[in-house]
Design a protein around this ligand. Structure first.
Ligand SMILES: Nc1ncnc2c1ncn2[C@@H]1O[C@H](COP(=O)(O)OP(=O)(O)OP(=O)(O)O)[C@@H](O)[C@H]1O
Ligand code: SF4
Ligand SMILES: [Mg+2]
Length: 397
């Protein structure tokens, strides 16, 4: 049951696409919750399933090839998947709006921008054409375009201005939730910041919740209160953005953070990359989908899939060996001879020793063959905050 502050709650959403030669499992049991007025970021590599979540909420998954095979999408408590087409038509735009990635294709090239905004207002607010035009002009001003340009066509606008028009259309009926799917990817970097600032300003003024979809964790960090990391059709970590640097514990999340260039503090640091590729979308591995690329993978990771479980306050992670909390980028330090704490904070003696009935066991990493210490109590990897703990252990060998 959702509480009164919950705007949207997705429970166990699964989506498949069936093409002539393949069945693609795009989403597997995805659950998430958005509170009223919240700014929420969805991050992941290409093909992770981000747009599929957005289109499912908007009921824009074309069937065929797509099919929602399970789950529910509760908006203010009622399941969007059970609404009639007519009821859903009202939800789109008036309650939930979506900004698509490419403003060039989102606008009609033969209609003035003012007319395009007014049309949406007229349909949803059932007002006269004159009233709709007044509102369209107000919306243009709100996104920083003078109303004197309302009678111009999309080709007369720059990319950033076109995206502002798209945002004006999306906001014309005061939606409670705005889904922005990679809204700045097609724009120059200088314009990207302006558009993100605009989204933020609008959210705080109108109280609309924002779901920002991006492959760039840095973009989401700048804009959102919460971040949700996706990998291969599943959510692997969710936590408050303010604690992302210090508290992220999934190896994939930490690798995403480490791959963001930090020009302010360390220009000499080589940019970290995540080797390998996500598994083919046709396969739904028995174990963790990240195992092939994860330097902490053990046998258990390959054979059994970790669930998304609580990992702290407002924090969930799906990993058998969550990494120790601490900066995602740190210098390796030596393994203390007297032992330490595992990532779950269990007190441990030196390798092989016993303390408080908890000890290190050894496991073999399939990718490197190196032996690593693992807590026998919770199976978390040894560490005291620095990342990656494996580097620290290796320096001691
Ligand atoms: N219409 C479709 N027909 C077949 N497969 C599809 C279709 N739409 C999406 N897929 C597949 O579903 C998976 C998830 O796609 P989705 O577009 O949701 O990913 P994404 O995270 O938004 O990626 P990107 O960052 O590239 O936009 C991908 O493997 C994709 O190829
Ligand atoms: S440690 Fe295991 S479960 Fe965790 S991300 Fe790596 S492969 Fe997946
Ligand atoms: Mg996408």
């Amino acid at each position: 049951m959702s509480d009164s502050n919950t705007l949207l709650k997705i429970n166990n959403l699964s989506v498949q696409y069936k093409t002539d030669d393949a069945l693609i499992q795009a989403l597997s049991s995805v659950s998430l919750e958005i509170n009223k007025g919240m700014t929420f970021g969805l991050v992941g590599e290409t093909g992770a399933g981000k747009t599929t979540i957005a289109k499912s909420i908007m009921r824009l998954i074309a069937t065929p090839p797509g099919r929602i095979t399970g789950g529910e999408i509760l908006y203010n408590g009622s399941d969007l998947l059970k609404l009639s087409q007519q009821e859903m038509q009202r939800v789109r735009g008036a309650e939930i709006s979506m900004i698509f990635q490419d403003p060039m294709t989102a606008l009609d090239p033969v209609m003035t921008v003012g007319r395009q905004i007014a049309e949406v207002v007229e349909i949803h607010e059932k007002c006269s054409a004159a009233q709709a035009f007044v509102k369209a002009n107000q919306m243009l001003e709100m996104v920083g375009i003078p109303e004197t340009r309302a009678n111009e066509y999309p080709h007369q606008f720059s990319g950033g201005m076109k995206q502002r028009v798209v945002i004006a259309i999306a906001l014309a009926c005061n939606p409670n939730l705005l889904i922005a799917d990679e809204p700045t990817t097609a724009l120059d970097v200088t314009v990207q910041r302006q558009i993100l600032d605009l989204l933020l300003a609008i959210s705080s003024e109108s109280g609309a919740a924002i779901m920002l979809i991006s492959h760039d964790i840095a973009v989401v960090t700048n804009v959102c209160e919460r971040v949700l990391v996706m990998y291969h059709g599943r959510i692997v970590e969710e936590l408050p953005t303010a604690r992302l640097q210090e508290s992220a514990r999934h190896p994939y999340t930490r690798a995403l953070i480490a791959s963001v260039p930090d020009m302010a503090t360390d220009k000499s640091r080589p940019l970290a990359t995540i080797s390998g590729r996500p598994p083919a979308v046709l396969t739904d591995p028995d174990g963790c989908a990240f195992a092939d690329r994860c330097e902490f993978a053990t046998e258990r990771c390959v054979t059994s899939r970790p669930d998304l479980v609580p990992a702290g306050e407002k924090h969930k992670v799906a990993c058998w060996h969550p990494q120790p909390a601490g900066p995602a980028i740190a210098e390796p330090v030596a393994l203390p001879s007297g032992g330490g704490r595992c990532a779950e904070n269990h007190v441990l003696d030196a390798l092989g020793g016993v303390k408080e009935n908890i000890r290190f066991t050894e496991a073999v990493r399939p990718r490197t063959g190196l032996e690593v210490p693992i807590c026998s109590n919770c199976e978390a990897i040894f560490g005291r905050g620095a990342f990656p703990p494996m580097t620290r252990f290796q320096t001691d060998l």
